[in-house]
Each structure stands twice: as structure tokens, then as C-alpha cells.
Design a protein around this ligand. Structure first.
Ligand SMILES: O=C(O)CCC(=O)C(=O)O
Ligand SMILES: [Fe+2]
Length: 216
């Protein structure tokens, strides 16, 4: 039975997660990880507090804007790589630090970085990819929190045709945890939509191994 816990964010009973993927990976969804009130408050705080920026990638020698705003926060000394270039993360804000401690306590995990994404409308998206950069280690645990408008998330196996793709609308206040070998065998995306949708914030907590951590 899930324990009733008192948290910074109120009294929350964590229900058992829904298991979305158990073959060649491990993906679980906690639908009501935050209450609607917490979710609204955190969405407003993060929308105004975070240093949202436009990231560009190099493609065929051209500088292309990614279709969303994003920003990395994390412990110093754990640079992340984007399009082959290393960047230092921003220092934790109080809101992100509180969310991180809450996540670590309730999930029994630790993280040192978070990539925050802001999808401004239905035209913002993230293309098929796996979070398999070497600095995330062999079997990364990625904890993904959704706030704001519901958007369609999808996972597909890279090679096996017998495993059906998983598609679901990620509710506001939900926590999706991708673990085990998920990033080796599966890709995920957040597709564009023609529907009129408001903004969505996604926080993906990760552990980025720095040069001194060894054991990648
Ligand atoms: O917005 C999402 O739900 C997914 C974001 C994602 O896959 C990423 O930032 O790596
Ligand atoms: Fe991802």
C-alpha cells in the first residue's frame, strides 16, 4: 500500500504507477503526482522564474532554432552537451530545488541536473530521439514532470515490430519515469498538434556524469 506522506506540496498519497513499458525497458506513469493546485502554482512560478531561451542546432551547416524554449539547471561541474558543444548549467532556483528534493524523497532517487522545456503552443514539439548521450551513463533514470496543457507523448521500439508503440496524453501534474534499458531500445517524441493548445512545461530530471565521476 502506498504511504501517506506530508510534503512541501501538501499531503500526497503516491498511487502505484501504471507500467507503460516493461520489455527492453521500464517506463512508469504516476498520473496524479501533484494536486491540481500545486500544479497550477508550480506552472506559474516556473513560467516566470526560469531563464527560458531559444536553443539552435547545426544541421547541414545551417543554424536551426529548436521548436520550443529550453534551459538547463544543475549542480556546477556537470556540463551538458548540445549539438556537440558543452555548456554549464544554470544554478538551481529555489522552486526547482524544492521540486528536486520532493522528487528524490518520494522516489528514492537522486539527480544533479534538469532540462526544462517550454512548449508554447501546438507547433512546439520534440522530435523522435533517445536520451542516450554518454554523459548520462549506461542506463539513465529520467524523471519527467508535466505541467500545463496535455500533449501527446509517444514511445516506439527502435527495431522490434512485435512491440506496439505507446501513445498517451501526459496529464498536468503527472510524473513519467524512464529507467533500465529504455534509452537503448526505445525512442520518444512529443508531436506537433493542429489542435489549439496552451503552453506546457516539462522538467526532465537526470544525472549528468562529469569528467571526474568515472564509470560512465
Ligand atoms: O516534453 C516531454 O515530455 C519530453 C521531453 C524530452 O524528451 C526531452 O527533453 O528529452
Ligand atoms: Fe527525451
Amino acid at each position: 500500500m502506498a504511504a501517506q506522506q506530508t510534503s512541501l506540496f501538501g499531503d500526497v498519497a503516491d498511487p502505484e504507477p501504471e507500467v507503460l513499458i516493461r520489455e527492453d525497458g521500464d517506463v512508469r506513469l504516476y498520473r496524479n503526482w501533484w494536486t491540481p493546485e500545486e500544479t497550477r502554482r508550480l506552472f506559474d512560478q516556473l513560467r516566470t522564474e526560469l531563464a527560458w531561451q531559444q536553443t539552435h542546432i547545426q544541421m547541414h551547416g545551417k543554424r536551426i532554432p529548436v521548436p520550443r524554449l529550453d534551459v538547463w539547471y544543475g549542480d556546477p561541474g556537470h556540463p551538458y552537451r548540445y549539438s556537440g558543444v558543452r555548456f554549464d548549467p544554470e544554478p538551481w532556483t529555489p522552486t526547482l530545488e524544492a521540486i528536486k528534493s520532493e522528487l528524490e524523497r518520494r522516489q528514492g532517487l537522486t539527480f544533479n541536473s534538469v532540462l526544462a522545456n517550454l512548449y508554447r503552443n501546438g507547433q512546439d514539439s520534440v522530435a523522435w530521439h533517445a536520451d542516450d548521450e554518454p554523459e548520462l551513463g549506461r542506463n539513465p533514470v529520467i524523471a519527467s514532470l508535466s505541467l500545463g496543457s496535455e500533449r501527446r507523448f509517444a514511445l516506439r521500439h527502435k527495431t522490434r515490430k512485435d512491440l506496439a508503440p505507446v501513445r498517451l496524453d501526459l496529464p498536468s501534474g503527472s510524473l513519467l519515469v524512464m529507467a533500465g534499458t529504455t534509452q537503448h531500445f526505445w525512442q520518444h517524441q512529443l508531436a506537433k498538434t493542429a489542435r489549439a493548445v496552451g503552453p506546457r512545461i516539462n522538467l526532465t530530471f537526470r544525472t549528468v556524469f562529469g569528467a571526474g565521476d568515472g564509470g560512465l
